[in-house]
Design a protein around this ligand. Structure first.
Ligand SMILES: Nc1ncnc2c1ncn2[C@@H]1O[C@H](COP(=O)(O)OP(=O)(O)OP(=O)(O)O)[C@@H](O)[C@H]1O
Ligand SMILES: O=P(O)(O)O[C@@H]1[C@H](O)[C@H](O)[C@@H](OP(=O)(O)O)[C@H](OP(=O)(O)O)[C@H]1O
Length: 444
């Protein structure tokens, strides 16, 4: 199955062509340490760190080892057994399935991961399942014999070996930068490393929001490129439907505004993306330049969609039948949003009520989270996932533009933004999203 992301039909951005699209074909993975090097090494000495406990539950033990130093990723064993982290990067594209490298070993590992939900970042609406339906594409049934693995430590679930392996689920990227991700073989996902996102994910593992973000497993190096390694949130779903909702009323940082004033860098690719959607949108000056500033483009995208008026926008939806839609740039009115959401959740009231329950839990936790109070959260998304069993999950993803506030500044995430107050409208957007979904309940 291969789907094309709408925005990729326009001129790719320098970022997606450049630093976001390096060649990552080598299977070699070297463990690296957190770039800051000052992770609290005393705290977990002699113990398995909490975030690593999650990893051990989630994957066969040959993949991750957690010793006295947190976030160490030991992938030597994978090389010995001929396994590799990652898939065929060439096959990865936006809103497309990203296979598991097709290696029989990887297929087995994926099966084992699927056999238990215990390692997932806890989602209240999760339950064990043994659904064996094939996805529209279908995947090989072959089971390798040469894979050596160890049962994860005491997960309290049935030994995966006693369960016939099931068809693996391909990882799917709905939106975002092309070439930033590699699907792992073991329920893990590698995202191109940025220091800021690493800091956020590490802090989130210690925060009350932990169960609402993919479990973070540290940094791995591959072909001279560092990656943040985290749970693949799709790993425990069967033919999932997926939606990416970008949260907040603002999608650029205050510091981006300052930079744009100091050193304006007009972007031709963004001008072209703008004209593609609305030829009338550029000003005369922008037309003459054939380029727009990024902040101007981002603001235009905010007002074109429901970001400004509702504090969230739908970025992309991939349905269980494989149909993918990223054409939501003009989805703005409440009715348009409801129509898209309705199409995503379908007529199953259980799915909608599962999402609502999870979002209300998230709101409660956000309101008291230390991390959330002390960070400007911009460009972050909620990833909605459900499948035919009625299982649902919602997680916060993408902390590439989430930055700590200078103390003692804190945000309530509901106050309107004026430059300088750093407010991002995240919780206001979540309030609106919950309202809209609540209004939809009678429709299911
Ligand atoms: N932990 C995860 N598990 C499963 N899928 C994920 C996970 N993280 C991201 N994705 C998929 O990748 C897509 C893009 O993720 P993300 O927003 O982190 O990328 P990005 O390149 O930083 O995006 P942006 O263009 O908004 O900066 C999501 O829409 C989702 O489909
Ligand atoms: O969705 P669109 O219309 O294609 O626009 C992109 C989108 O807003 C991304 O969130 C943004 O990346 P960041 O959030 O990481 O800034 C990217 O900037 P970029 O081209 O500078 O990567 C934009 O091009």
């Amino acid at each position: 199955m291969r789907m094309t992301k709408t925005r990729m039909t326009t001129a790719p951005s320098p970022r997606s062509m450049g630093d976001k699209s390096q060649n990552c074909t080598s299977a070699s993975v070297d463990p690296v340490w957190p770039a800051n090097g000052n992770t609290d090494s005393t705290k977990h000495t002699g113990d398995i760190p909490s975030h690593c406990e999650n990893a051990l539950e989630n994957v066969p033990q040959l993949v991750i080892t957690c010793d006295v130093r947190p976030y160490r990723i030991d992938l030597e064993t994978m090389r010995f057994s001929g396994l590799s982290v990652g898939s065929h990067p060439d096959e990865e594209s936006i809103c497309s399935d990203s296979g598991f490298g097709g290696s029989p070993a990887s297929l087995l590992l994926r099966k084992l991961s699927n056999a238990s939900s215990s390692g997932l970042s806890p989602a209240s609406s999760f339950e064990e399942y043994e659904d064996d339906r094939g996805c529209p594409d279908g995947y090989p049934d072959e089971v390798p014999r040469s894979v050596i693995w160890k049962k994860p430590r005491s997960t309290g679930t049935t030994s995966p070996l006693s369960v016939p392996p099931k068809k693996p689920q391909p990882w799917v990227q709905v939106v975002g930068h092309a070439g930033s991700f590699h699907a792992g073989d073991d329920g893990m996902l590698l995202k191109r490393h940025t220091e800021g996102e690493q800091q956020c994910l590490q802090r989130l593992m210690e925060d009350s929001l932990r169960s609402f973000v993919p479990a973070y497993h540290g940094v791995v190096r591959r072909s001279d490129q560092d990656y943040n390694m985290m749970d693949d949130l799709l790993a425990h779903f069967s033919c999932p439907a997926i939606m990416d909702c970008k949260m907040g009323t603002r999608t650029y940082l205050e510091e981006d505004l300052a930079k744009a004033r100091e050193r304006p860098q007009p972007r031709r690719d963004m001008y072209e993306k703008m004209v593609d959607v609305d030829p009338e949108a550029p000003t005369a000056e922008e037309r003459a330049l054939q380029a727009v500033l990024k902040t101007r483009y981002m603001q235009w995208r905010e007002t074109l969609s429901s970001t400004t008026t509702m504090g969230f926008r739908i970025e992309g939806i991939k349905k269980a039948d494989g149909v993918c839609n990223t054409n939501f740039k003009r989805t703005k009115s409440r009715d348009q949003v409801i129509e898209a959401l309705q199409d995503f959740v379908g007529s199953d009231g259980l799915v909608l009520s599962g999402y609502l329950r999870r979002l209300k839990e998230l709101r409660l936790v956000l309101e008291s989270s230390d991390f959330f109070r002390t960070h400007e959260v911009v460009g972050s998304s909620l990833l909605f996932v459900h499948d035919g069993t009625g299982r649902t999950g919602v997680w916060m993803i993408d902390f590439g533009r989430t930055v700590p506030l200078p103390p003692p500044l804190t945000l309530d995430h509901r106050t309107s933004w004026v430059e300088g107050n750093r407010e991002d409208g995240y919780l206001w957007g979540l309030d609106n999203l919950i309202d809209v979904l609540t209004d939809m309940l009678p429709l299911t």
